[in-house]
Design a protein around this ligand. Structure first.
Ligand SMILES: *Cc1c(COP(=O)(O)O)cnc(C)c1O
Length: 438
Protein backbone atom coordinates (compact mmCIF):
# COMPACT_ATOMS: atom_id res chain seq x y z
CA UNK A 1 0.00 0.00 0.00
CA UNK A 2 1.45 3.32 -1.00
CA UNK A 3 -0.62 6.29 -0.05
CA UNK A 4 -0.11 9.89 0.80
CA UNK A 5 -0.07 10.50 4.51
CA UNK A 6 0.19 13.90 6.00
CA UNK A 7 2.49 14.02 8.90
CA UNK A 8 0.08 15.52 11.39
CA UNK A 9 0.26 16.76 14.04
CA UNK A 10 3.89 17.75 13.42
CA UNK A 11 4.54 21.33 12.54
CA UNK A 12 6.11 20.48 9.22
CA UNK A 13 4.11 20.92 6.06
CA UNK A 14 5.78 18.08 4.21
CA UNK A 15 3.65 15.18 3.05
CA UNK A 16 5.58 11.99 3.36
CA UNK A 17 5.19 8.76 1.46
CA UNK A 18 6.21 5.33 2.62
CA UNK A 19 7.79 3.97 -0.57
CA UNK A 20 11.54 3.61 -1.02
CA UNK A 21 11.65 5.93 -4.01
CA UNK A 22 10.42 8.73 -1.77
CA UNK A 23 13.35 8.21 0.64
CA UNK A 24 15.77 8.20 -2.26
CA UNK A 25 14.22 11.41 -3.59
CA UNK A 26 14.61 13.12 -0.19
CA UNK A 27 18.29 12.16 -0.15
CA UNK A 28 18.78 13.41 -3.69
CA UNK A 29 17.25 16.76 -2.69
CA UNK A 30 19.26 17.03 0.55
CA UNK A 31 21.72 19.94 0.40
CA UNK A 32 23.77 18.42 3.26
CA UNK A 33 24.00 14.91 1.79
CA UNK A 34 27.68 15.26 0.91
CA UNK A 35 28.69 15.54 4.59
CA UNK A 36 28.17 11.80 5.05
CA UNK A 37 31.35 11.21 3.03
CA UNK A 38 33.33 13.13 5.65
CA UNK A 39 32.69 10.39 8.24
CA UNK A 40 33.72 6.77 8.69
CA UNK A 41 30.51 4.73 8.54
CA UNK A 42 30.81 1.32 10.22
CA UNK A 43 29.94 -1.73 8.09
CA UNK A 44 27.88 -4.83 8.72
CA UNK A 45 29.48 -8.25 8.18
CA UNK A 46 27.84 -8.36 4.73
CA UNK A 47 29.75 -5.23 3.75
CA UNK A 48 26.74 -2.88 3.82
CA UNK A 49 26.79 0.28 5.88
CA UNK A 50 25.10 -0.15 9.25
CA UNK A 51 22.06 1.99 9.99
CA UNK A 52 23.85 4.12 12.55
CA UNK A 53 21.22 5.61 14.83
CA UNK A 54 23.47 5.91 17.88
CA UNK A 55 24.96 9.34 17.22
CA UNK A 56 23.21 10.52 20.39
CA UNK A 57 25.48 8.15 22.28
CA UNK A 58 28.75 8.19 20.36
CA UNK A 59 29.09 10.19 17.16
CA UNK A 60 30.99 8.78 14.20
CA UNK A 61 34.58 9.63 13.41
CA UNK A 62 35.25 12.54 11.05
CA UNK A 63 37.81 11.51 8.42
CA UNK A 64 39.98 14.51 9.28
CA UNK A 65 40.65 13.31 12.84
CA UNK A 66 43.57 11.02 12.05
CA UNK A 67 45.57 13.72 10.26
CA UNK A 68 44.94 16.30 12.95
CA UNK A 69 46.19 13.95 15.67
CA UNK A 70 49.04 12.87 13.40
CA UNK A 71 50.14 16.47 13.02
CA UNK A 72 50.48 16.83 16.80
CA UNK A 73 52.45 13.58 17.03
CA UNK A 74 54.77 14.76 14.28
CA UNK A 75 55.25 18.16 15.88
CA UNK A 76 55.93 16.60 19.26
CA UNK A 77 58.48 14.19 17.71
CA UNK A 78 60.25 17.00 15.86
CA UNK A 79 60.03 19.82 18.35
CA UNK A 80 59.74 18.42 21.85
CA UNK A 81 59.03 21.18 24.34
CA UNK A 82 59.38 23.88 21.65
CA UNK A 83 56.10 22.62 20.24
CA UNK A 84 54.36 24.71 22.91
CA UNK A 85 55.09 27.75 20.77
CA UNK A 86 56.51 26.54 17.46
CA UNK A 87 54.17 23.73 16.41
CA UNK A 88 51.66 24.07 13.59
CA UNK A 89 48.98 24.93 16.16
CA UNK A 90 50.94 26.02 19.21
CA UNK A 91 49.94 23.97 22.24
CA UNK A 92 50.26 26.93 24.55
CA UNK A 93 47.17 28.53 23.03
CA UNK A 94 45.57 25.47 21.43
CA UNK A 95 42.33 25.76 23.42
CA UNK A 96 41.86 29.30 22.08
CA UNK A 97 41.05 27.93 18.61
CA UNK A 98 37.56 27.23 19.97
CA UNK A 99 36.93 30.80 21.08
CA UNK A 100 34.88 31.67 18.03
CA UNK A 101 33.84 28.30 16.66
CA UNK A 102 32.87 26.93 20.07
CA UNK A 103 30.94 30.10 20.83
CA UNK A 104 29.05 29.97 17.53
CA UNK A 105 28.08 26.37 18.18
CA UNK A 106 26.04 27.26 21.27
CA UNK A 107 25.15 30.89 20.59
CA UNK A 108 27.70 32.40 22.95
CA UNK A 109 30.02 35.39 22.76
CA UNK A 110 33.70 34.68 22.08
CA UNK A 111 35.28 33.94 25.44
CA UNK A 112 32.15 32.46 27.01
CA UNK A 113 33.02 28.92 25.92
CA UNK A 114 35.96 26.73 26.75
CA UNK A 115 36.69 23.13 25.85
CA UNK A 116 38.15 21.36 28.87
CA UNK A 117 37.96 18.22 31.03
CA UNK A 118 34.91 15.97 30.81
CA UNK A 119 31.27 16.77 31.29
CA UNK A 120 30.74 15.63 34.88
CA UNK A 121 34.01 17.23 36.00
CA UNK A 122 32.86 20.50 34.44
CA UNK A 123 29.52 20.11 36.19
CA UNK A 124 31.37 19.84 39.50
CA UNK A 125 33.55 22.85 38.70
CA UNK A 126 30.46 24.86 37.78
CA UNK A 127 28.56 23.82 40.90
CA UNK A 128 31.56 24.73 43.02
CA UNK A 129 31.13 28.25 41.68
CA UNK A 130 27.37 28.46 41.22
CA UNK A 131 25.93 26.38 44.02
CA UNK A 132 26.54 28.51 47.08
CA UNK A 133 23.80 27.49 49.49
CA UNK A 134 22.70 29.80 52.29
CA UNK A 135 20.41 29.08 55.23
CA UNK A 136 17.43 30.37 53.27
CA UNK A 137 18.36 29.25 49.78
CA UNK A 138 19.91 25.82 49.71
CA UNK A 139 17.94 23.58 47.36
CA UNK A 140 18.77 22.20 43.93
CA UNK A 141 15.99 21.40 41.48
CA UNK A 142 16.52 18.75 38.79
CA UNK A 143 14.27 16.75 36.51
CA UNK A 144 13.50 13.05 36.37
CA UNK A 145 14.49 10.93 34.61
CA UNK A 146 17.98 12.45 34.82
CA UNK A 147 21.24 11.02 33.57
CA UNK A 148 22.72 9.24 36.60
CA UNK A 149 26.06 11.05 36.53
CA UNK A 150 24.28 14.37 37.07
CA UNK A 151 22.31 12.97 39.97
CA UNK A 152 25.47 11.60 41.60
CA UNK A 153 27.23 14.91 41.08
CA UNK A 154 24.36 16.92 42.56
CA UNK A 155 23.90 14.64 45.56
CA UNK A 156 27.61 14.69 46.30
CA UNK A 157 27.68 18.49 46.07
CA UNK A 158 24.81 18.64 48.55
CA UNK A 159 26.66 16.28 50.87
CA UNK A 160 29.80 18.37 50.45
CA UNK A 161 27.87 21.32 51.87
CA UNK A 162 26.48 19.17 54.68
CA UNK A 163 23.00 19.08 53.15
CA UNK A 164 20.61 16.15 53.09
CA UNK A 165 19.19 15.38 49.62
CA UNK A 166 15.90 14.40 51.28
CA UNK A 167 15.44 18.08 52.15
CA UNK A 168 17.60 19.88 49.64
CA UNK A 169 16.95 18.03 46.38
CA UNK A 170 13.77 18.69 44.44
CA UNK A 171 13.14 16.21 41.65
CA UNK A 172 10.50 17.23 39.17
CA UNK A 173 8.82 14.23 37.56
CA UNK A 174 6.41 13.80 34.67
CA UNK A 175 2.79 13.42 35.83
CA UNK A 176 1.40 9.96 36.25
CA UNK A 177 0.83 8.29 32.87
CA UNK A 178 2.86 10.97 31.15
CA UNK A 179 6.44 10.72 29.99
CA UNK A 180 7.61 14.30 29.77
CA UNK A 181 7.64 17.33 32.04
CA UNK A 182 5.16 20.15 31.67
CA UNK A 183 6.15 23.78 31.81
CA UNK A 184 3.28 24.54 34.18
CA UNK A 185 4.67 22.02 36.67
CA UNK A 186 8.03 23.78 36.58
CA UNK A 187 6.20 27.07 37.12
CA UNK A 188 4.27 25.71 40.03
CA UNK A 189 7.28 24.25 41.83
CA UNK A 190 9.08 27.56 41.43
CA UNK A 191 6.06 29.43 42.74
CA UNK A 192 5.98 27.18 45.80
CA UNK A 193 9.67 26.79 46.56
CA UNK A 194 11.55 29.24 44.34
CA UNK A 195 12.79 31.31 47.29
CA UNK A 196 14.49 28.23 48.77
CA UNK A 197 16.08 27.08 45.51
CA UNK A 198 19.71 28.06 44.92
CA UNK A 199 20.27 26.21 41.65
CA UNK A 200 18.14 24.70 38.90
CA UNK A 201 19.94 22.15 36.75
CA UNK A 202 18.10 20.70 33.77
CA UNK A 203 19.06 18.74 30.70
CA UNK A 204 18.33 20.83 27.59
CA UNK A 205 17.28 17.69 25.75
CA UNK A 206 16.42 14.86 28.10
CA UNK A 207 18.65 11.85 27.50
CA UNK A 208 15.83 9.34 28.02
CA UNK A 209 12.74 10.87 26.44
CA UNK A 210 14.37 13.21 23.95
CA UNK A 211 12.22 16.09 25.23
CA UNK A 212 13.65 19.48 24.25
CA UNK A 213 12.94 22.04 26.96
CA UNK A 214 12.10 25.66 26.33
CA UNK A 215 15.49 26.78 27.52
CA UNK A 216 14.92 30.51 27.18
CA UNK A 217 11.54 30.51 28.89
CA UNK A 218 12.64 28.28 31.75
CA UNK A 219 15.84 30.25 32.27
CA UNK A 220 13.85 33.50 32.54
CA UNK A 221 11.39 31.96 34.91
CA UNK A 222 14.07 30.47 37.13
CA UNK A 223 15.97 33.75 37.29
CA UNK A 224 12.82 35.68 38.18
CA UNK A 225 12.81 33.58 41.33
CA UNK A 226 16.41 34.55 42.06
CA UNK A 227 17.89 31.12 41.38
CA UNK A 228 20.93 30.25 39.29
CA UNK A 229 20.16 28.40 36.05
CA UNK A 230 22.55 25.77 34.74
CA UNK A 231 21.95 23.52 31.74
CA UNK A 232 23.40 20.15 30.93
CA UNK A 233 23.44 20.22 27.14
CA UNK A 234 24.93 16.76 26.54
CA UNK A 235 22.03 15.89 24.25
CA UNK A 236 21.39 19.40 22.98
CA UNK A 237 24.78 20.67 21.78
CA UNK A 238 25.19 19.89 18.08
CA UNK A 239 21.57 18.71 18.02
CA UNK A 240 19.52 21.90 18.32
CA UNK A 241 20.34 25.59 17.84
CA UNK A 242 21.16 27.38 21.08
CA UNK A 243 21.51 31.04 22.10
CA UNK A 244 23.07 30.72 25.50
CA UNK A 245 24.27 34.31 25.77
CA UNK A 246 21.02 35.90 24.68
CA UNK A 247 18.97 33.51 26.83
CA UNK A 248 20.96 34.65 29.85
CA UNK A 249 21.92 31.12 30.88
CA UNK A 250 24.29 31.26 33.87
CA UNK A 251 26.36 28.25 32.93
CA UNK A 252 26.14 25.18 30.72
CA UNK A 253 28.12 22.00 30.22
CA UNK A 254 28.10 19.38 27.49
CA UNK A 255 30.13 16.51 26.16
CA UNK A 256 31.65 16.51 22.70
CA UNK A 257 31.36 12.80 21.93
CA UNK A 258 27.62 12.51 21.29
CA UNK A 259 26.25 14.71 18.50
CA UNK A 260 29.63 16.43 18.34
CA UNK A 261 31.59 13.42 17.09
CA UNK A 262 34.88 14.17 18.87
CA UNK A 263 35.44 10.57 19.99
CA UNK A 264 35.03 8.43 23.10
CA UNK A 265 35.59 10.42 26.28
CA UNK A 266 36.30 13.57 24.24
CA UNK A 267 37.26 16.82 25.93
CA UNK A 268 34.01 18.53 26.91
CA UNK A 269 32.49 21.99 26.54
CA UNK A 270 31.65 24.58 29.16
CA UNK A 271 29.83 27.91 28.95
CA UNK A 272 30.00 30.67 31.54
CA UNK A 273 27.94 33.80 30.89
CA UNK A 274 30.19 36.86 30.73
CA UNK A 275 28.16 38.51 33.50
CA UNK A 276 29.35 35.75 35.78
CA UNK A 277 32.92 35.48 34.60
CA UNK A 278 33.35 39.21 35.24
CA UNK A 279 32.20 38.74 38.80
CA UNK A 280 35.46 38.12 40.61
CA UNK A 281 33.66 37.47 43.88
CA UNK A 282 32.59 34.06 42.61
CA UNK A 283 34.67 31.25 44.04
CA UNK A 284 36.31 28.75 41.79
CA UNK A 285 38.74 25.89 42.05
CA UNK A 286 41.87 27.33 40.51
CA UNK A 287 44.81 26.01 38.56
CA UNK A 288 47.51 27.61 36.45
CA UNK A 289 45.69 27.35 33.12
CA UNK A 290 42.89 29.51 34.46
CA UNK A 291 45.41 32.16 35.38
CA UNK A 292 46.09 35.25 33.30
CA UNK A 293 48.60 34.09 30.65
CA UNK A 294 50.58 37.29 31.16
CA UNK A 295 51.59 36.25 34.64
CA UNK A 296 51.29 32.47 34.35
CA UNK A 297 54.97 31.91 33.76
CA UNK A 298 56.02 34.13 36.64
CA UNK A 299 55.36 30.85 38.42
CA UNK A 300 56.45 30.96 42.05
CA UNK A 301 57.25 34.67 41.73
CA UNK A 302 53.52 35.35 41.48
CA UNK A 303 51.66 32.94 43.72
CA UNK A 304 48.40 34.94 43.69
CA UNK A 305 45.85 33.55 41.26
CA UNK A 306 44.65 36.11 38.72
CA UNK A 307 41.82 34.59 36.67
CA UNK A 308 41.98 35.10 32.95
CA UNK A 309 38.78 36.62 31.63
CA UNK A 310 35.94 34.45 30.40
CA UNK A 311 35.18 30.76 30.69
CA UNK A 312 38.88 30.00 30.09
CA UNK A 313 39.46 31.22 33.64
CA UNK A 314 37.86 28.00 34.91
CA UNK A 315 40.54 25.82 33.32
CA UNK A 316 42.66 24.02 35.85
CA UNK A 317 45.38 22.07 34.05
CA UNK A 318 47.10 22.51 30.72
CA UNK A 319 44.93 20.77 28.13
CA UNK A 320 45.47 17.36 26.49
CA UNK A 321 46.45 18.38 22.95
CA UNK A 322 46.07 14.90 21.42
CA UNK A 323 42.51 14.84 22.76
CA UNK A 324 41.70 18.36 21.57
CA UNK A 325 42.63 17.56 17.97
CA UNK A 326 39.44 15.51 17.34
CA UNK A 327 37.39 18.28 18.95
CA UNK A 328 38.84 20.67 16.41
CA UNK A 329 38.08 18.24 13.55
CA UNK A 330 34.48 18.05 14.65
CA UNK A 331 33.77 21.65 15.59
CA UNK A 332 35.22 22.81 12.26
CA UNK A 333 32.58 20.74 10.47
CA UNK A 334 29.77 22.18 12.57
CA UNK A 335 31.09 25.66 12.02
CA UNK A 336 31.07 25.13 8.28
CA UNK A 337 27.56 23.66 8.11
CA UNK A 338 25.90 25.87 10.73
CA UNK A 339 23.27 24.75 13.22
CA UNK A 340 20.39 26.25 11.32
CA UNK A 341 20.63 24.13 8.13
CA UNK A 342 21.39 21.12 10.29
CA UNK A 343 18.28 21.69 12.36
CA UNK A 344 16.20 22.05 9.23
CA UNK A 345 17.30 18.68 7.93
CA UNK A 346 17.11 17.14 11.38
CA UNK A 347 13.51 18.23 11.84
CA UNK A 348 12.43 16.84 8.51
CA UNK A 349 14.33 13.58 8.89
CA UNK A 350 13.06 12.94 12.41
CA UNK A 351 9.50 13.79 11.38
CA UNK A 352 9.89 11.35 8.50
CA UNK A 353 11.15 8.58 10.77
CA UNK A 354 8.32 9.26 13.25
CA UNK A 355 5.86 9.07 10.36
CA UNK A 356 7.24 5.70 9.18
CA UNK A 357 7.19 4.27 12.71
CA UNK A 358 3.66 5.62 13.16
CA UNK A 359 2.46 3.48 10.25
CA UNK A 360 3.41 0.35 12.18
CA UNK A 361 1.66 -1.47 14.96
CA UNK A 362 0.70 1.06 17.57
CA UNK A 363 -0.13 -1.51 20.21
CA UNK A 364 3.40 -2.94 20.11
CA UNK A 365 5.28 0.28 20.77
CA UNK A 366 4.86 4.02 21.08
CA UNK A 367 7.13 7.01 20.63
CA UNK A 368 7.38 8.78 23.99
CA UNK A 369 9.41 11.66 22.60
CA UNK A 370 7.05 14.60 22.40
CA UNK A 371 5.66 16.12 19.22
CA UNK A 372 6.00 18.55 17.49
CA UNK A 373 9.55 19.07 16.25
CA UNK A 374 9.91 22.24 18.34
CA UNK A 375 9.96 20.16 21.53
CA UNK A 376 12.42 17.51 20.45
CA UNK A 377 15.82 17.16 18.81
CA UNK A 378 16.57 14.30 16.44
CA UNK A 379 16.23 11.48 18.96
CA UNK A 380 13.09 9.34 19.11
CA UNK A 381 12.58 7.18 22.17
CA UNK A 382 10.50 4.14 21.35
CA UNK A 383 8.81 2.47 24.29
CA UNK A 384 8.26 -1.21 23.51
CA UNK A 385 5.27 -2.66 25.33
CA UNK A 386 6.32 -6.26 24.76
CA UNK A 387 9.71 -7.94 24.91
CA UNK A 388 11.77 -4.80 24.45
CA UNK A 389 15.13 -6.58 24.59
CA UNK A 390 14.06 -8.96 21.88
CA UNK A 391 13.12 -6.05 19.68
CA UNK A 392 16.47 -4.38 20.31
CA UNK A 393 18.32 -7.60 19.49
CA UNK A 394 16.28 -8.02 16.32
CA UNK A 395 17.17 -4.48 15.22
CA UNK A 396 20.86 -5.09 15.96
CA UNK A 397 20.94 -8.34 14.04
CA UNK A 398 19.62 -6.52 10.98
CA UNK A 399 22.32 -3.89 11.01
CA UNK A 400 20.69 -1.18 13.13
CA UNK A 401 22.96 0.41 15.72
CA UNK A 402 20.81 1.98 18.41
CA UNK A 403 20.63 1.64 22.15
CA UNK A 404 18.44 0.19 24.82
CA UNK A 405 17.66 1.96 28.07
CA UNK A 406 16.13 0.13 30.99
CA UNK A 407 13.41 -0.81 31.40
CA UNK A 408 11.87 -0.72 27.92
CA UNK A 409 13.07 2.17 25.78
CA UNK A 410 14.95 1.98 22.49
CA UNK A 411 16.54 5.25 21.48
CA UNK A 412 17.14 6.01 17.81
CA UNK A 413 18.73 9.18 16.51
CA UNK A 414 18.87 9.96 12.81
CA UNK A 415 21.70 12.46 12.82
CA UNK A 416 21.52 15.07 10.07
CA UNK A 417 25.28 15.26 9.45
CA UNK A 418 25.71 11.68 8.31
CA UNK A 419 22.42 9.80 8.31
CA UNK A 420 20.25 9.50 5.23
CA UNK A 421 16.51 9.38 4.68
CA UNK A 422 17.15 5.97 3.23
CA UNK A 423 18.59 4.91 6.61
CA UNK A 424 15.23 5.88 8.15
CA UNK A 425 13.39 3.93 5.47
CA UNK A 426 15.60 0.84 5.97
CA UNK A 427 15.06 1.10 9.72
CA UNK A 428 11.29 1.10 9.25
CA UNK A 429 11.58 -1.99 7.01
CA UNK A 430 13.46 -3.86 9.74
CA UNK A 431 10.89 -2.79 12.30
CA UNK A 432 8.00 -3.82 10.04
CA UNK A 433 9.46 -7.26 9.46
CA UNK A 434 9.86 -7.74 13.20
CA UNK A 435 6.22 -6.79 13.74
CA UNK A 436 5.06 -9.18 11.02
CA UNK A 437 7.11 -12.00 12.51
CA UNK A 438 5.02 -11.50 15.66
C1 LIG B 1 26.23 11.65 28.32
C2 LIG B 1 25.88 12.37 29.55
C3 LIG B 1 26.77 12.44 30.64
C4 LIG B 1 28.11 11.74 30.60
O1 LIG B 1 29.01 12.27 31.50
P1 LIG B 1 30.60 12.20 31.27
O2 LIG B 1 31.14 13.03 32.35
O3 LIG B 1 30.87 12.70 29.88
O4 LIG B 1 31.01 10.77 31.38
C5 LIG B 1 26.36 13.16 31.75
N1 LIG B 1 25.17 13.78 31.79
C6 LIG B 1 24.30 13.73 30.75
C7 LIG B 1 22.99 14.43 30.83
C8 LIG B 1 24.62 13.01 29.62
O5 LIG B 1 23.75 12.93 28.60
Amino acid sequence: MTTNHTNSPADSDVSFREDEAFAIKLDADDPLAHYRAQFHIPKQSNGEDVIYFAGNSLGLQPRTVRDLIGQELTDWAKLGVDGHFDSTRPWYSYHEIFRDTGARLVGAKPGEVVMMNSLTINLHLMMTTFFRPTKERFKIMMQSPAFPSDTYAVKSQLAFHGLDPAEALIILKPREDEHTIRLEDIEQTLAEQGDKIALVLFEGVNYFTGQLFEIEKITNLVKQHGCVMGWDLAHAAGNVPLKLHQWDVDFAVWCNYKYLNAGPGAVAGCFVHEKNSKNLDLHRLAGWWGNDPNTRFRMHLQPEFVPRPGAEGWQVSNPPILALAPVKASIDIFDEVGMSPLRQKSTQMTDYLAYLIGLLSANRFEIITPQPASVRGCQLSILAHERPRELHNALNSKGVVCDFREPNVIRVAPVPLYNTYHDAWRFAQVLARHVEAG
